[in-house]
Design a protein around this ligand. Structure first.
Ligand SMILES: C[S@@+](CC[C@H](N)C(=O)[O-])C[C@H]1O[C@@H](n2cnc3c(N)ncnc32)[C@H](O)[C@@H]1O
Length: 287
């Protein structure tokens, strides 16, 4: 399936390159115009309602209602064998909880079937004073059809096997491609700061690490499949999708961030380097 349908319904994109369309606007409005059962994989991270520069904090109930609305649209536009990966963190609920995982409030507010929660564990973050320093966020993995969904385990096996040559009854015990990477993923966060800035860092305050999204795109979609990120930010999901020969549609409400995504896509497209080695440069100011 090609992306012509998107152009027919949403009009001229803000940016277009082969197999990739980016639109500026509210993702809920934009998704409502797309045909049902169009997308193979949605991978995204929304605002967490914690006062980042790209969000207007809302009362908790309004925030959760808003999340339910766009999750419902993601479900509608997802194909029968498609998947939805939601990266989400935690928030404070006054008088109730300090670092409440948002998944506790949202996980079942969707018609999707919930496969499992993956813990993304990272080494840097805020320092807790009278509580433990948070070092994880969650990835909620949903599918539309619990019997029939894409799971390309061989494409993401963990090659770090302790005893790769161990045999049982003359047969290798471990898959030669590596082991199942488990539901705890240790992947460094994209960090900022004079001496500790990640080499993939762009001037966006909540950037996905490339390695995190690369694993998800590989395991939950097939080449030529359509990947959607309704909260595009700096465009990490776009470059990862394109580098894996997937088609991509992205929505971002803020033009400044969309420009970052465009810059990254152009840089990636102009270099033959594999995505994991890519060092992005930016003309915008780091935040
Ligand atoms: C957590 S960030 C995503 C960062 C992204 N994963 C990356 O790698 O850079 C959420 C993004 O959603 C955008 N956003 C907020 N509300 C939106 C809406 N209603 N529609 C589309 N984008 C929105 C924000 O501007 C912000 O860039």
């Amino acid at each position: 399936m090609d992306l012509q349908h998107i152009k027919n319904t949403l009009g001229r994109p803000y940016f277009e390159i082969e197999d990739c369309l980016l639109y500026i606007g509210d993702c809920l409005n934009l998704m409502k115009k797309i045909n049902s059962s169009f997308v193979d994989l949605t991978v995204t991270s929304p605002p967490y309602n914690i006062g980042k520069e790209y969000e207007e904090p809302m009362p908790l109930k309004n925030y959760l209602d808003w999340c339910k609305d766009w999750i419902l649209e993601i479900h509608r536009v997802t194909k029968g064998q498609g998947a939805f990966w939601l990266n989400i963190g935690y928030l404070e609920i006054p008088e109730k909880g300090k670092a409440v995982p948002i998944p506790y409030l949202l996980w079942d507010k969707t018609p999707f079937y919930f496969i499992q929660e993956v813990i993304w564990n990272y080494g840097a973050g805020v320092a807790g004073r009278k509580f433990f320093s948070p070092r994880n966020e969650k990835l909620l993995w949903y599918v539309k059809n619990q019997e029939n969904y894409v799971f390309n385990l061989d494409d993401i096996r963990d090659k770090n096997v302790k005893y790769p040559n161990q045999k049982k009854n003359g047969k290798l015990k471990c898959n030669p491609l590596g082991k199942n990477p488990t539901d705890v993923w240790q992947i460094p966060k994209v960090t900022s700061g004079a001496n500790r800035s990640s080499k993939e860092r762009m001037p966006h305050p909540a950037q996905f690490p490339i390695a995190l999204i690369d694993r998800i795109v590989k395991v939950s979609s097939n080449p030529d499949g359509i990947v959607l990120d309704p909260f595009l930010g700096s465009g990490t999901s776009a470059i990862v999708a394109l580098s894996n020969n997937r088609k991509f549609v992205g929505f971002e409400i803020n033009e400044k961030y969309c420009d970052l995504a465009v810059e990254r896509i152009k840089q990636y497209k102009s270099s033959p380097q594999p995505i994991s080695l890519f060092e992005f440069a930016t003309t915008a100011q780091l935040v």
